[in-house]
Design a protein around this ligand. Structure first.
Ligand code: MN3
Length: 197
């Protein structure tokens, strides 16, 4: 097997009540696992087998004939990044370096949160909300389906999965409530800071 499912970086119960063990068990143990397994089937015996996830994403982005491979590689990458973007015990705000960039590029942490929240809610279909660093500047970005900052340009710092499977069991149709919980109770600012260029 070329790729393996990375273990969750915390216990399945660690993010309750904002994200239940049932959600994490399905999201990581079924959805994420299936992306990895399908990816392994697709790359078997091809040159892609020797590449990293992000190399596969870069090489297959926008190529119609490689859509299925792109979707599964990107979703494998996105989910690993998303589960790392959550933490039960990280500080509930950015450290000094990232905090200064957020103040410079968004005005304040609250203004960043408002912008991220509005973008996550405006993503009509399944997709993702991201904090990214692009050309030295921070920005909020949303992508549809499996798309991610690797294919659109920029380095991801934080990701929020806004596919319904990420929140429906815990928040029903209230994506609003889920994104607020993500920003105030779950976001792993320590991880975000480590992604800075
Ligand atoms: Mn998902």
């Amino acid at each position: 097997m070329a790729f393996s499912l990375p273990p969750l970086p915390y216990a399945e119960t660690a993010l309750e009540p904002h994200m239940s063990a049932e959600t994490l068990s399905l999201h990581h143990g079924k959805h994420h696992k299936t992306y990895v397994e399908t990816l392994n089937e697709l790359v078997a015996g091809t040159p892609y087998e020797q590449m990293t996830l992000s190399q596969i994403v870069e090489r297959t982005a926008g190529k119609k004939a490689e859509q299925k491979l792109f979707n599964n590689a990107a979703q494998a990458w996105n989910h690993e990044f998303f589960f790392n973007s959550l933490s039960p015990d990280a500080p509930r705000g950015p450290g000094q370096k990232l905090g200064a960039l957020i103040a410079r590029d968004f005005g304040s942490l609250d203004e960043f949160k408002e912008k991220f929240h509005a973008a996550a809610l405006a993503q009509f279909d399944s997709g993702w909300a991201w904090l990214v660093q692009r050309d030295g500047k921070l920005a909020v970005l949303t992508t549809g389906n499996a798309d991610n900052p690797i294919s659109t340009g920029g380095a991801a710092l934080l990701a929020c999965d806004v596919w319904e499977h990420a929140y429906y069991l815990d928040h029903r149709n209230r994506r609003d409530e889920f994104v607020t919980a993500f920003l105030d109770k779950l976001a792993n600012w320590r991880f975000a800071e480590k992604q800075l260029a």
